[in-house]
Design a protein around this ligand. Structure first.
Ligand code: GLA
Length: 382
C-alpha cells in the first residue's frame, strides 16, 4: 500500500473520520554536487520513490496533535512562542509557524504521519517539512510555490533545529520531476531538468549506519568554506576558481575544503552535460571523482559509505559510485547499467558488511530507485 494510503487509513482509524487531505513528499539522492549548495553552487539531485505522507483534518481549537507511526505523538499549541515541543514535533511546529509568518491561515489540526524513507541521509526531515508544509498550506485554503516552501523548510532547519543546511534537500523534495534529475543553481534557485537515460539505474546503498555529531561536523565544514570565501573577497566559493584557491594564504585544511567545493561545481555542470548527451560512462567517472574529492579533500565520506562505494565499484555493470548527502554515515549511491542492476543488488546484499569502526545499527539495504514527482496534495476518497 502506498504511504499516503497508510496515513489516510491510520488517520481514519484513530479519529473516526477520513482526513480532509494529505501532503506527500519524497526523500532524495544527490547524483553529484555535494556540499556546494551553501556555497551558492550547483547540485544535481533527484526525488526517490520513498517518502513521507501527512494526513490532516482541522480542529476547532488552536492545538496541533500529531501522531507518527514511528516516533509517537506530539502535541502543541500554535500560540506558544517559542517552540515548546521536542523531537519530530519541532518540524511540524516549525513549518506551521513559518507558514503563518508567510501569510498562510494556520489553524489547529490533527495529523497522522507515515514515512517509508529508509535509513539516514535520504532527507527524511526535508520530506517531513515539505509534506507537512503542503498539508498545512492546503488546509489554509491556499497554495505555495515549491521554491517558497523549500525556503521555509530550510528556515526551520536553520532557525529552529539549529543546523546550517543549504536548500538542496527541501527544494528537490518540493520540486522533483518524474524521470529527471534536477540541476539546481543554489544562487538563483533556477531549476533545470535532465531526463535520466533508461540504460542506467541509480541504486541506493543504505549502509544501515548513523553517526552522531554530523551536525557539528557539517557546521565546521561550512565555516571553513566561508573563511576561504572571505579571504578571497568573494561572496561565496561559487565565485572562486581553482587557481585562486591554490594561491590564497589560508590554513591548508581550509584550502582542501575549498578545493573540493570549487572542483565539485565544475564536475556537477559536466555531469549534467553528460546526462544530456546520454554519456553514462562520463557521468559515472564524474561520480567517482566526486567521491574521491569528498574523501580526501572534504573528509566527510564516513567508513561505511566509503566501504559500500569501494565494493560497488568492483561489481559488474557499475559505472560509478559515491556517497550522497551530508556524509559521515548512511547511504551512498551507484550508477549501474540497467541489465546488471538486479544482480548488482543481490551481490551487494550478499557481500556488503559495514567496517568494524562503523557497524550497522540496522540491516544494510540496496534499492533500485528512479526519479519521482516532488511534494503534492492528495485528496482522499471518502
Ligand atoms: C545535507 C544538507 C544539504 C547539503 C548536503 C551536502 O543533506 O541538508 O543542504 O548541504 O548535506 O551536499
Amino acid at each position: 500500500m502506498a504511504t499516503v494510503d497508510v496515513a489516510v487509513s491510520m488517520h481514519a482509524d484513530r479519529l473516526g473520520a477520513t482526513p480532509t487531505l494529505a501532503g506527500v513528499a519524497p526523500g532524495r539522492v544527490n547524483l553529484i554536487g555535494e556540499h556546494t549548495d551553501y556555497n551558492d553552487g550547483f547540485v544535481f539531485p533527484m526525488a526517490i520513490p520513498f517518502g513521507t505522507a501527512v494526513a490532516v483534518s482541522p480542529r476547532p481549537d488552536r492545538r496541533v496533535v500529531g501522531h507518527s507511526a514511528r516516533f509517537g505523538t506530539t502535541e502543541f499549541d500554535l500560540d506558544n512562542e517559542p517552540a515548546t515541543t521536542d523531537g519530530w514535533g519541532r518540524y511540524l511546529h516549525g513549518m506551521a509557524r513559518m507558514l503563518a509568518d508567510h501569510g498562510v491561515e494556520v489553524g489547529g489540526f490533527d495529523a497522522t504521519v507515515v514515512s517509508d524513507i529508509p535509513g539516514s541521509s535520504l532527507s527524511s526531515s526535508a520530506a517531513l517539512e515539505m509534506a507537512s508544509g503542503m498539508a498545512i498550506t492546503a488546509l489554509g485554503g491556499t497554495t505555495i510555490s515549491p521554491v517558497q516552501l523549500a525556503r521555509l523548510g530550510q528556515q526551520v532547519e536553520n532557525e529552529i533545529i539549529g543546523v546550517p543546511v543549504g536548500i538542496m534537500d527541501q527544494l528537490i523534495s518540493a520540486a522533483g520531476v518524474r524521470g529527471s534529475a534536477t540541476l539546481i543553481d543554489c544562487r538563483s534557485l533556477e531549476l533545470r531538468q535532465a531526463a535520466l537515460p533508461d540504460s542506467v539505474r541509480i541504486v541506493v546503498l543504505d549502509t544501515g549506519t548513523r553517526r552522531g555529531l554530523v551536525d557539528s561536523e557539517y557546521a565546521l565544514r561550512r565555516a571553513a568554506c566561508e573563511r576561504v570565501a572571505a579571504a578571497l573577497g568573494v561572496e561565496a566559493l561559487r565565485d572562486a576558481s581553482l587557481a585562486q584557491v591554490a594561491e590564497i594564504a589560508v590554513d591548508p585544511i581550509d584550502r582542501r575544503r575549498a578545493r573540493h567545493v570549487v572542483s565539485e561545481n565544475e564536475r556537477t555542470l559536466a555531469a549534467v552535460d553528460a546526462v544530456d548527451a546520454g554519456d553514462v560512462v562520463s557521468l559515472g567517472g564524474l561520480m567517482d571523482e566526486s567521491h574521491e574529492s569528498l574523501h580526501l579533500d572534504f573528509e566527510v565520506t564516513g567508513p561505511a559509505p566509503h566501504a559500500a562505494v569501494e565494493l560497488a565499484r568492483t561489481l559488474e555493470g557499475c559505472l560509478g559510485a559515491r556517497m550522497t548527502g551530508a556524509g559521515f554515515a548512511g547511504a551512498a549511491i551507484a550508477l549501474v547499467e540497467t541489465p546488471a542492476a538486479e544482480a548488482f543488488v543481490e551481490t551487494m546484499t550478499e557481500r556488503f558488511e559495514a567496517p568494524v569502526d562503523q557497524p550497522s545499527t540496522e540491516p544494510p539495504a540496496f534499492h533500485v530507485v528512479w526519479p519521482v514527482q516532488g511534494a503534492h496534495v492528495v485528496q482522499p476518497s471518502a
